[in-house]
Design a protein around this ligand. Structure first.
Ligand SMILES: C[S@@+](CC[C@H](N)C(=O)[O-])C[C@H]1O[C@@H](n2cnc3c(N)ncnc32)[C@H](O)[C@@H]1O
Length: 483
């Protein structure tokens, strides 16, 4: 929706400088636009490329898979036919990442400690056979399948009681570090690889259709968002849609260590230094995060055409991060247009990473590169932060008769605070302090799970909600009758 609106011309160049797995770039090429995907993490770039690549010869892909099956499956099945304990760690001659350190907060020291000897043998055989495939495109697609196989085939994988073996989770995905559970579950590496291959075929059928020759319009670059103008021509981009890291939530490069190592991607210290995060192995401070984010905004400005737009997905509950973001955007020369609440966009992952500080609906900030940009004033609002906050919430809650959920209040409060120049007055306030302000000043109605200005308002609100619900049901019933 955003791309169609802000980059209406088919020849438009759409850039995502914090590209991740490639949602923006892939959507742009699906829509026939030109796309540039930039990420500092080689794994992210590899994933984006492999998801997007098209058209792919599915018969040739299936044929290579069958060859791999022939050379690996009997060997791997034999490994899993006997008890895992009998395998010694020494796996003579087999290649696997050796001696490479994991991040400091991991439960293991080096990558190989994340695997049983049997997993190492099976993965190593599979990796070796894939490496021998001659066709580069197919080899990479099967390396991609292999990297997805790693997600569950390591010692961070476990299941909760009562769940089937295959339906568990890797500790990495829910703790955002290399966490080793007490009772890991070991899946047959071949079966997992073969499941992932089925998924790949489904994806490639889709991308053959939806992307096809438009794949030529995608450029994937390993670079830092803080140095865009050294790899992208100045004033050449029509639209930027991006989802930058929110402070310390996920240390992507640290977390990708295992995958990058198996795939043979080298991550340099300078990449880690350029990564826009707080914390991580390099223990970056909030100021360092702010400076890096600021440089990336300056660089976005440089590569953007005049009057081009930037949309930034951001969901932090802490207003000081918003201050950093908006101040940096304005200092870079971008003009603030508005902030829009987006309910579903990728909310679950960030929310899971840090439920207390990430909003579940994400906010999208729209900015424009103008010749004479107006600046938002930040310095209005005198008095106690909690009073200012209560006043703003009151205005919001009183605007609607139906009451508001806590999430609605969070989401609408941020644009309101920004646009009314209250950023400075509230910048030290964590929006989670809002909970206190809400409890002290408003009435929470359990039945509708909404906040109201008073108990009487809640009664009224419940009636309106019930009426609306009934109307909705009526409309549904009528539609069914029509069918
Ligand atoms: C929130 S994620 C982006 C999620 C993305 N929208 C997606 O579809 O997966 C942030 C991304 O920024 C990347 N990143 C962090 N610092 C960077 C930098 N200096 N330059 C480029 N990418 C960077 C991370 O590697 C990560 O992939």
């Amino acid at each position: 929706m955003y791309i169609k609106h802000f980059a209406p011309d088919k020849e438009s160049v759409v850039l995502d400088p914090f590209g991740g797995s490639g949602v923006t770039a892939i959507e742009a090429v699906v829509l026939g636009r030109r796309a540039i995907h930039v990420d500092i993490n080689p794994l992210a770039n590899f994933i984006c490329q492999q998801i997007a690549i098209a058209p792919v010869d599915l018969n040739a892909l299936r044929k290579e898979f069958a060859t791999i099956e022939e050379s690996c499956r009997p060997y791997i099945d034999r490994l899993y036919a006997s008890s895992g304990e009998k395998f010694a760690r020494e796996t003579a001659g087999a290649w696997y990442p050796r001696g490479l350190a994991l991040p400091k907060n991991a439960d293991a020291r080096v990558i190989e400690e994340l695997f049983t000897p049997r997993q190492l043998r099976a993965l190593s055989r599979l990796n070796e056979q894939i490496g021998a495939i001659r066709d580069g495109v197919i080899r990479d697609l099967l390396r991609f399948t292999f990297s997805a196989t790693l997600n569950k085939c390591n010692l961070t994988y476990s299941t909760t009681k009562g769940r089937s073996e295959g339906r568990g989770n890797s500790g990495i995905m829910h703790t955002y570090r290399y966490w080793l559970p007490k009772h890991p579950v070991e899946l047959n590496v071949w079966n997992e690889f073969s499941n992932k291959f089925k998924n790949l075929i489904t994806v490639k059928k889709e991308t053959n259709q939806a992307i096809g020759e438009n794949y030529q319009r995608l450029k994937v670059m390993h670079a830092s968002a803080t140095e865009l103008s050294s790899v992208i021509e100045r004033e050449s981009v029509d639209y930027i849609f991006t989802d930058p890291p929110y402070g310390s939530h996920i240390a992507y490069l640290d977390l990708s260590t295992m995958w990058n190592a198996w795939l043979g991607f080298d991550v340099k210290l300078e990449d880690k230094q350029a990564e826009v995060i707080e914390g991580g192995d390099l223990e970056k401070s909030r100021d360092e995060y702010a400076n890096l984010l600021e440089s990336s905004l300056r660089e976005m400005y440089r590569v953007l055409k005049w009057n081009g737009w930037v949309s930034i997905v951001f969901a932090h509950k802490d207003l000081s991060y918003w201050n950093v973001l908006i101040a940096a955007a304005q200092d870079a020369g971008l003009e603030y247009a508005n902030t829009v609440v987006q309910e579903s966009y990728q909310s679950s992952r960030h929310k899971r990473a840090n439920p207390l500080s990430v909003l579940s609906g994400e906010l999208i900030l729209n900015l424009q590169k103008k010749r004479q940009p107006r600046r938002l004033e930040f310095d209005r609002g005198d008095g106690e932060a909690s009073e200012i906050l209560a006043g703003q919430v009151r205005a919001l809650v009183c605007e609607t008769e139906e009451g508001m959920t806590t999430e609605d209040i969070y989401n609408q409060l941020i644009p309101r605070v920004l646009e009314r120049g209250l950023m400075n007055a509230l910048q030290k306030t964590r929006l989670s302090e809002l909970d206190e302000v809400l409890r002290d000043n408003f009435f929470f109605d359990d039945a509708s799970a909404r906040w109201y200005a008073s108990k009487t308002m809640a009664k009224q609100g419940r009636k309106i909600l019930a009426l609306k619900k009934a109307k909705g049901q009526l409309a549904l019933d009528l539609a069914r009758e029509d069918e």
